[in-house]
Design a protein around this ligand. Structure first.
Ligand code: ZN
Length: 262
């Protein structure tokens, strides 16, 4: 009798827990720890960047991390005398473009890489944000390009390129001709692209230690933000904004980090 009473009591508590705790009622129906790709996040609404850390245990660094990206780059940073240039070696490849629900992304075939300080990082993909995620002297640009690389040890290095509103960018146009308005992917064997053409001519860069700017906000990411922006026309920026009106995480506290200008 006591056993049945206790069992009944437990069942009531369990069902209450299910109703009260939105996590166990999440639309993904996934335990928080199973697969972070399945926990939905966004740039607005109740799953906006200020809430990312609460959405999943896997996203906790979004809230507690002290090496988070993006950041504001203060105007006065002295150039580093021991400057190391980045050696880019990107290949021409057929275009594979996707809308992944958060951005427009171009996947890169193996064989393209950058080298810095004797370390080689393979280019995996590049994608776009609007407005820019990094700001310079608190100023945001129209867009920002992120070239995501990984070395053999699995560490990430991201090259950021600010995109300023100005002249039409002819190198962006082949991508812009194939922007996907809804989630999906296109493989275009006849459209050849080279990520090298999206880099500014001047290759001075800001360097700091940061994170992925999307959940799970993993740290240990080497950031190289190009000092010189590239340009895109107002029409090109608007065309992207018709798909993603805003997909930029706000700037994060610098804490004790140093920013170097190379
Ligand atoms: Zn990005």
């Amino acid at each position: 009798m006591i056993f049945i009473f206790v069992l009944g009591y437990c069942l009531v508590i369990l069902s209450l827990e299910f109703i009260i705790n939105p996590k166990s009622n999440a639309p993904e129906n996934q335990p928080a720890t199973s697969n972070h790709h399945l926990v939905h996040w966004s740039y607005g609404g109740s799953r906006n960047p200020s809430r990312w850390g609460e959405l999943s245990e896997d996203y906790i660094l979004c809230e507690t991390g002290e090496f988070q990206s993006p950041i504001d780059i203060p105007k006065k940073i002295l150039a580093d005398e021991t400057a190391q240039p980045i050696n880019f070696n990107y290949q021409i490849i057929p275009l594979t473009i996707k809308n992944n629900g958060h951005t427009i992304q171009v996947d890169y075939a193996p064989g393209s890489y950058m080298q810095i300080n004797g370390e080689t990082y393979q280019l995996l993909q590049f994608h776009f944000h609007t407005p820019s995620e990094h700001t310079v002297d608190e100023k945001a640009y129209g867009m920002e390009l992120h070239l995501v690389h990984q070395n053999q040890a699995g560490n990430f290095a991201v090259v950021g390129v600010l995109i300023e509103e100005g002249a039409e960018n002819y190198f962006l146009q082949p991508l812009w001709d194939h922007l996907l308005e809804v989630e999906g992917e296109k493989n275009l064997e006849k459209v050849m692209i080279n990520a090298q053409s999206l880099l500014p001519e001047k290759r001075e860069y800001y360097r700091y230690d940061g994170s992925l700017t999307t959940p799970p906000c993993s740290e240990g990411v080497k950031w190289y933000l190009m000092k010189t922006p590239i340009e895109a026309s107002a029409e090109q920026i608007e065309q992207f904004m018709e798909i993603y009106q805003m997909n930029a995480r706000p700037v994060q506290p610098l804490h004790r980090r140093k920013i170097h200008l190379n």
